[in-house]
Design a protein around this ligand. Structure first.
Ligand SMILES: O=C(O)CCC(=O)C(=O)O
Length: 271
């Protein structure tokens, strides 16, 4: 009880909480191996431009499994309630010694949701360190809404290369270092960014976007979401179906339809 109260207090004050251990390093290594086997077997589909970018939980059973682990959803349920949807869960992968980065941004400014009841769980499947380009958060920044501009910088991992129009004091950033199997939770409006990976290993993170079932989408068209905990008595989002196997044809067709709708929302108003 005390731990949950402390988690909520830290989340409310800072807009993030870390590190939370959700599995052993050995278990994280098995999920990483499953990911890398799929990347090798299906290189045209299991890459950061296609199925790893949007709803990998629809085609990769192990991603669906991670999104339902009680160790992951218990802390989220303490913040959002017992009935949870996963609204997408993109992988953010930076290859070793590459220039990919993430500019300073707030998530919720371009997702078309009503209100701010959203929590991202970022789960490390490899070491997230300052050297590998871990996420960086500005504590307490979730209480502001900042305009963003699209840059479409090809090195930026964000959909539109969007960035906040204000300068962020780099010294204010907290480095969110995580061991494989640990996660951070962040508020959808906390300022966050990450530098390139200058380490010798890949930096692999799975970012699960959790929302309570009563959340509504108010802009950009109807998106789909996966019920991962509790019941959905509202049905505000189109339902996703858990994968039936590894990248089956039926699941791929389902993925295409659903990811297309989310892409339309994410690019809404983008020049
Ligand atoms: O993985 C990163 O470096 C950035 C991830 C991010 O922006 C997010 O999860 O909202």
């Amino acid at each position: 009880m005390q731990a949950i109260d402390e988690l909520k207090a830290r989340f409310d004050r800072d807009g993030f909480v870390f590190p939370i251990t959700v599995m052993s390093e050995a278990k994280a290594a098995t999920y990483r191996a499953a990911l890398e086997a799929a990347e090798t077997q299906f290189p045209d589909l299991i890459n950061t431009k296609t199925c790893l970018r949007r709803y990998p939980n629809l085609v990769l059973p192990f991603v669906d499994e991670i999104s339902r682990l009680p160790a992951v959803t218990d802390p989220v349920a303490a913040l959002l309630g017992e009935n949870l949807l996963a609204l997408d869960c993109p992988f953010f992968i930076k290859e070793a010694k590459t220039t990919s980065f993430v500019s300073w941004h707030q998530d919720l400014t371009y997702w078309g949701l009503e209100g701010e009841e959203e929590v991202s769980a970022w789960i490390a499947l490899s070491p997230a360190t300052t050297k590998s380009g871990c996420m960086r958060f500005v504590a307490g920044s979730q209480n502001q809404t900042i305009a963003h501009r699209d840059t479409h910088d090809p090195d930026n991992l964000l959909t539109r290369g969007q960035e906040m129009v204000v300068e962020v004091a780099e010294d204010d950033a907290v480095e969110i270092e995580l061991r494989p199997g640990q996660m951070s939770l962040h508020h959808g409006k906390v300022f966050h960014a990450s530098h390139p990976n200058i380490s010798d290993d890949r930096r692999i993170g799975l970012a699960i976007r959790f929302i309570p079932t009563h959340m509504r989408q108010v802009e950009g068209g109807q998106m789909a979401a996966m019920l991962v905990r509790g019941v959905d008595q509202y049905q505000h989002f189109r339902r996703c179906r858990p994968p039936s196997g590894l990248l089956t044809d039926a699941d791929l067709a389902h993925w295409q339809e659903i990811s297309g709708a989310r892409n339309a929302v994410m690019m809404n108003d983008s020049p």
